[in-house]
Design a protein. Structure first.
Length: 174
């Protein structure tokens, strides 16, 4: 026995095509929304000047936790951060070597890593100085922590407002 099916008309083909296209658009829009909402990679143009992400956070592999407990910045001068480093159990980490490299994901600008210094203050505190953010915008600041041969890194994000960029650096291309 043969079952005869009616041939799809143009309206049926249009509805099927519209449903497929609509589903693809919905998927694309939801993917775009999730990318824009990702706090690790905020688009600089949409993030307010006050966006800072300097609070304590675990390192990439969970070996250390680090957070900026004090931030001193003077317009036109280098920034200084006081960073507290603890181990996974929450005990202060003493004797660590901290290495800082900052860069702008949106602009490809890098901070001069040789100018950045770190000083052990005791009790798990470290002073990081000499950080000059040469442009306004989103900066990613990875801090590599090494103690006794164990290395891990903590990444901080911040938006540098135009007022915080030194007059001497405003006109320079990075």
């Amino acid at each position: 026995m043969t079952i005869l099916r009616p041939r799809p008309c143009a309206a049926d083909r249009f509805r099927a095509m519209t449903a497929t296209f609509g589903g693809a658009m919905l998927l694309a829009l939801s993917a775009a929304a999730s990318i824009r909402a990702n706090p690790l990679h905020p688009p600089a143009a949409t993030v307010p000047d006050a966006y800072l992400s300097l609070s304590a956070r675990p390192s990439r592999h969970g070996v250390y936790t680090a957070g900026v407990v004090e931030r001193r910045m003077d317009p036109g001068a280098a920034e200084t951060w006081m960073v507290r480093v603890t181990d996974a159990a929450g005990r202060p980490v003493n004797g660590a070597e901290l290495r800082v490299r900052a860069w702008m994901p949106d602009g490809g600008v890098r901070m001069d890593a040789n100018a950045v210094t770190s000083e052990r203050m005791g009790g798990g505190l470290y002073r990081i100085g000499g950080m000059r953010f040469s442009r306004a915008g989103w900066w990613t600041v990875p801090v590599r922590v090494t103690v006794g041969g164990r290395t891990d890194r903590v990444v901080f994000n911040l938006i540098v407002p135009p007022a915080a960029v030194g007059a001497d650096a405003r006109g320079r291309a990075g």
